[in-house]
Design a protein around this ligand. Structure first.
Ligand SMILES: Nc1ncnc2c1ncn2[C@@H]1O[C@H](COP(=O)(O)OP(=O)(O)OP(=O)(O)O)[C@@H](O)[C@H]1O
Ligand SMILES: [Mg+2]
Length: 509
């Protein structure tokens, strides 16, 4: 008997296609999720060889707003599983032919709904039967004659757990999808380079992706240090785990330790609750310590311990917490100089430079310039639905002659800016407006820059305070060759404040 059927929809097959492959949501799982999303009544499949019991279950549970489908044997339960797509199964143990244990085992085996809960119903109350029931895969056990309130409460609890499990599975799929997307975005193919230097960089990246030792990436601002760090992470065995970027220069010195390692409640003024640090967030994956040269020496000592012991100690805590995090660090200062000056610990320097990778400035790898141009044109054509064909000879000459103080980041911005011209087909020199961004010379030219910063203002062109601030910051960055530490010094502000302003005005992004 297949009793009290609800109107049976044709089975719906839902497939989700992901970038790198096919994820398949089972027919049953998706049906049941659709139902939950629409707040429909949960469906119970009740299995019992005694029709009277089924009638009681059907009547009472229907009144409690469940949709109840009843069958009188284990074999029929298995046969109806796909069509009914229940949210929960109530299963009698003592049945002729296939008993409840065997049915339970087979349901778990054939069901494509991995979170389908099964409650066994039985008159047997001895401990061994309960253990046997749970061992065959049942999720709960209710003894007959059962109290309807208790059975209902257990059904509700099981459905709650099921909903949480389903939500978690959806989130896990989303994380997997995003990871696949990121992996695609940061695979080596999207790191462009045709020069001999970049060929060596790729070789080193491949090596670094094979192992999980610390890596130090050096290079001027905008040379691609973070891109390379992400590329290594997403090609490494840690790819499925988090990549957590941290800018050491942007974190205030008094907070950096707690940001990195977390803190206990009340460990300092303002620590109103305990907080996990960034190392913990990166557990299993990679932490990218950008501008590591700016890390205060006290924190450097703690970092060394983390690298040596594989454990962190939150601020205010006494116990160490084991973690498994790969460290990739980057810097645009000369760390060896910093070691000599006593600003950077020598032992830490050796520990983080197991593998080192240097990214030369763009003007030192000219063969990369035309290929980068093609790459960015393709990228922005797609992003802005445009059809720019490329750079004409004048533009190509200009980009090869320019010295690119802001490196690849500046180059990318220059190409992006060309797209403001309507119906642009070929980029020519005039579209690039390189003269505005040209790196100032070392002597008189630089003096001129300082001069114009203050003297060219009249009543007509008097800027707002905001515009003046933005201009001044841009000017400082230009004079400091995009070195943020130098620019902050020129402006007389702390570098963490400069970082906030750069972000606010979108400078150098
Ligand atoms: N070889 C490359 N191929 C493609 N894009 C690149 C390459 N190098 C850098 N870029 C792009 O240039 C921009 C700047 O790169 P990135 O942020 O990695 O530089 P950085 O060295 O970390 O700079 P900073 O020192 O200022 O933090 C990013 O948008 C990045 O995608
Ligand atoms: Mg960076």
């Amino acid at each position: 008997m297949l009793g009290a059927r609800r109107p049976c929809k044709a089975p719906v097959m839902v497939c989700i296609f992901f970038v790198n492959g096919l994820e398949f949501l089972s027919d049953v799982e998706s049906k049941s999720r659709e139902r939950m999303e629409e707040e429909k009544r949960p469906v119970i499949l009740a299995v019992d060889d005694e029709e009277d019991n089924l009638a009681v279950l059907h009547g009472r549970l229907t009144r409690r707003n469940y949709e109840v489908v009843t069958v009188n044997s284990g074999a029929k339960a298995l046969a109806s599983l796909k069509e009914v797509a229940p949210d929960i199964v109530l299963l009698d143990v003592m049945m002729p032919g296939m008993d409840g244990y065997e049915t339970c085992h087979k349901i778990k085996e054939i069901s494509t709904d991995q979170f389908l809960p099964i409650i066994l119903l039985t008159a047997k109350v001895d401990k061994d039967s309960k253990i046997k029931g749970l061992d065959t895969g049942a999720d709960d056990y209710v003894t007959k004659p059962f109290d309807m309130d208790e059975l209902s409460a257990r059904i509700r609890a099981m459905l709650r757990i099921r909903r949480l499990q389903q939500e978690l599975a959806v989130k896990e799929r989303e994380v997997k999808r995003l990871n696949t997307e990121l992996k695609g975005q940061y695979n080596f193919e999207n790191i462009i380079g045709a020069s001999e230097t970049m060929r060596e960089v790729f070789e080193k990246m491949e090596g670094a992706a094979r192992i999980t030792s610390p890596v130090i990436i050096t290079g001027d601002s905008g040379t691609g240090k973070e891109l390379v760090a992400r590329g290594i992470h997403y090609a490494s065995p840690k790819a499925g785990k988090p990549f957590v970027p941290v800018n050491c220069a942007a974190l205030p010195a008094d907070l950096i330790e707690s940001e990195l390692f977390g803190h206990k409640k009340g460990s300092f003024t303002g620590a109103v609750s305990a907080q996990e640090g960034l190392f913990k967030s990166a557990d299993g994956g990679t932490i990218f310590l950008d501008e590591i040269g700016e890390m205060p020496t006290a924190v450097q000592a703690k970092l060394l311990r983390v690298l040596q012991e594989g454990a962190i100690r939150p601020v205010g805590g006494t116990a160490e917490v084991k973690i498994d995090v790969r460290v990739i660090a980057a810097t645009n200062i000369d760390l060896e100089d910093a070691v000599e000056d006593g600003r950077f610990r020598e032992d830490l320097y050796y520990r983080i430079s197991v593998l080192s990778l240097d990214l030369p400035s763009l003007s030192h790898r000219k063969p990369d310039i035309p290929v980068l141009a093609n790459h960015f044109i393709k990228k922005f054509n797609k992003q802005f639905s445009a059809n720019v064909k490329g750079l004409d000879d004048s533009a190509m000459q200009a980009i090869l002659n320019y010295d690119w103080p802001g490196n690849v980041r500046e180059f990318q911005n220059v190409i992006e800016r060309c797209y403001v011209y309507a119906d642009l087909e070929w980029v020519s020199e005039k579209h690039l407006s390189l003269h505005r961004a040209k790196k100032p010379g070392r002597g008189a030219e630089r003096q001129d820059e300082r001069h114009t910063a203050t003297e060219e203002i009249s009543e007509e062109n008097f800027p707002t305070l905001e515009v003046a601030e933005k201009n001044l910051i841009e000017k400082a960055m230009l004079l400091a060759d995009n070195n943020k530490v130098k620019a902050a010094k020129l402006l007389g502000i702390h570098r963490s404040r400069l970082y906030k302003k750069l972000e606010l005005y979108g400078i150098g992004l």
